[in-house]
Design a protein around this ligand. Sequence first.
Ligand SMILES: [Fe+2]
Ligand SMILES: [Fe+2]
Length: 366
Amino acid sequence: MSDALPEKQPTTEHVRVSMDAIYNWNYGSEIDSIRTLYANALDRQWIALKDLNWDRGIDRKLFSRTFSVAGIPLQHTQWWKRLDPDLKWRVASKTSAFLLSNFLHGEQGALMVASEMVAAVPHMDGKFYAATQTMDEARHVEAFAAYINLLDEVQPIMPSLKEILDKTIGCESWMHKAVGMQVVVEGLALYTFRDMRNTTEEPLLKEMLTYISRDEARHCAYGVKYLGFIISTLSDEEKADLEDFAFEAARLLIASRAGNSARDSMFAVWQSVGLDPMDAINAIRDEQEVVTRDVPPEGGAAGPIRGFVIPTLQALGLFSERIEGHFRQLFSINMGEERAQALEFAWELPENLEEWVLSSESAIRR
Ligand SMILES: [Fe+2]
Ligand SMILES: [Fe+2]
């Protein structure tokens, strides 16, 4: 377990990009909903170092009491409450620095893909909007990096996240980029940021995630609106190709390969600060009632893929029986063949993403 953390990485790394840049000589609006989203984005710009109250720093007590462990309310167990406050802070700050570092690296990937989209998409509305997203993602990189610096230090990217970013940055077609980034990566980010925002009572983190989640809601909406506009014009073969790309991205993000999974990396972090992961596992087992009582029944169990990414694919018409079979097979690795086959994909995409992201309502049941 101790070697599950990725190696220290070099400061810069290259990835080759191959895509066409498209001029559009028609400067009028062609897709109203995207032009509206662009206007909305202009209206809601904010300044990370000015609009957030950095002076108050991190409230360590509130942070340790309400930090997120992949949706498991570990901090509600008696075992956790009895731990030494210093150890609690070390576990909470290191675990969170690990998670937030991966958010940060994901934001850098989003920054690069958004800027590629400015050149790659064919419609002027799409270019305008992608320009605002580029600005949003720069601000997110800035904000996450500043917060992590107060907490601990930036940790290396998880290999599976790096692979999906490489694929999305490097691929040729803007529609594949949109599926990989706007649907899968942004969907996972929106769902996870929202969970963390609802869980944490640390004021600076909550405030930062409120601003960021509101931006991310627009980024997801861009994918839904733009792909929704274009998908009806595609052949079955082209749609199947996009479905495969979405599935591969989702698979990479939830891949639990030996040594690469978020859980193994988290356990390695705990060990590095003097907490035995087996103690945590035993506490969860012994206090099962507390742990399950605090997990929201439907939404919590849905998770980002079933609760958000799949509903988005369904809304876009990118969830054929064929690809549904692939997803069932993927889930069977984690929950067993029988339960995976019986799964219902019963959640729907919230109509107003910005409203939903700021609410405490979990995934929405059909
Ligand atoms: Fe972002
Ligand atoms: Fe984003």
